[in-house]
Design a protein around this ligand. Structure first.
Ligand code: GLN
Length: 323
């Protein structure tokens, strides 16, 4: 190819190799982010900028902070190709960012996520935070049960905060348990977390715990049509539980008392319109101090209660200790 610059418009010339295209014009990090943010926003994605940053960082193999240091850096064609595919799957197929990158932070810990597990969500941090606030001695040798552990988010977060605790994490899905196990390993708590496959309390028949936590499926099947398209990429068994979403919560509330030591605590994540019913079921099952915990947006998202203490003296009253 000749070295003709093509700048001299007055001079007739043979057609340049690439009319109009600026020589070696390339996209910088900032330009790609701006374009993608606009594209995502036009498709109704609410976290357009954040998603663009997460996906570009993934395509470049760096973290998000690095993008800010490299705003003016050109992005190579091969990296742009990787990014373009991620952007397409986010915008057109509505795959959640965490499933495109295979990662999600929960409780400031890194988690691997795959299509076999529910993507950990901030409302579940409300549950972890509330439970930790109820543990008087973090060095205690607590026995903890995480029912339906999915990615292992609750089990791993609690094990990492409570260094002497032993956690049993169950899930009906062996594929989910494999992911949870890798997350326990990656976060250095695998020696204190046992993984058991099975439905509801079946894997822990006859066992009692100091803390029982669960983020069970609680989405109402009758809402399915109205749900964000992203949920289609997550396991149905981790999301849906009957027409109004409470099939499993109702069972867990009825049975949890048999798996708590005297004074032991149970906490369940729920849909906000389910909270008062779940609280009623826990009271009906004989739990004390039943109350509702609100998330950062003041929505009731966790329902908790305590097993009858051994000495039967402590009252506490309804909703004691919760807000
Ligand atoms: N919090 C999730 C949602 O509303 C549902 C999680 C669940 O069913 N456990 O999308």
């Amino acid at each position: 190819m000749s070295a003709v610059t093509g700048r001299d418009a007055a001079r007739p010339q043979s057609p340049p190799a690439r009319p109009q295209s600026p020589p070696a014009r390339s996209w910088t990090v900032l330009e790609l982010l701006r374009w993608t943010q606009g594209h995502f926003a036009s498709r109704g994605i609410e976290t357009a900028r954040l998603d663009a940053e997460c996906l570009l960082a993934a395509a470049l193999g760096c973290d998000r902070l690095r993008l800010y240091l490299d705003f003016d850096k050109p992005v190579e064609a091969s990296e742009r190709g990787r990014f373009r595919e991620l952007v397409r799957r986010r915008a057109d197929e509505r795959v959640p960012v965490a499933l495109l990158t295979g990662r999600r932070e929960f409780w400031s810990l890194p988690f691997e996520v795959t299509p076999d597990v529910l993507v950990p969500r901030p409302e579940t941090e409300t549950l972890v935070d509330w439970l930790l606030g109820r543990v008087p001695d973090r060095e205690a040798e607590l026995r903890i049960l995480d029912l339906g552990t999915g990615s292992g988010a609750i089990a791993v977060a609690l094990a990492s905060e409570l260094p002497k605790a032993r956690v049993t994490a169950t899930d009906a899905s062996p594929a989910a348990l494999a992911v949870a196990e890798r997350n326990a390993l990656a976060n250095g708590v695998a020696d204190r977390v046992a993984f058991l496959a099975g439905d509801a309390f079946a894997p822990v028949a006859g066992q009692r715990f100091d803390l029982v936590a669960s983020n069970p499926p609680y989405v109402a099947l009758r809402d399915e049509e109205r749900l964000p398209p992203e949920l289609r990429h997550e396991p149905r068994a981790a999301l849906f539980a009957g027409p109004d979403g409470t099939d499993l919560l109702r069972r867990l509330a009825a049975e949890v008392g048999e798996h708590l030591v005297p004074g032991g605590l149970a906490a369940f994540e729920v849909g906000e319109e389910q909270a008062s019913r779940v609280a009623d079921w826990l009271r009906a099952a004989g739990l004390r101090d039943v109350g509702v915990v609100r998330d950062a947006g003041a929505r009731p998202r966790v329902v908790a209660g305590r097993a009858e203490p051994r000495d039967r003296q402590t009252g506490g009253g309804p909703d004691g200790g919760t807000s």
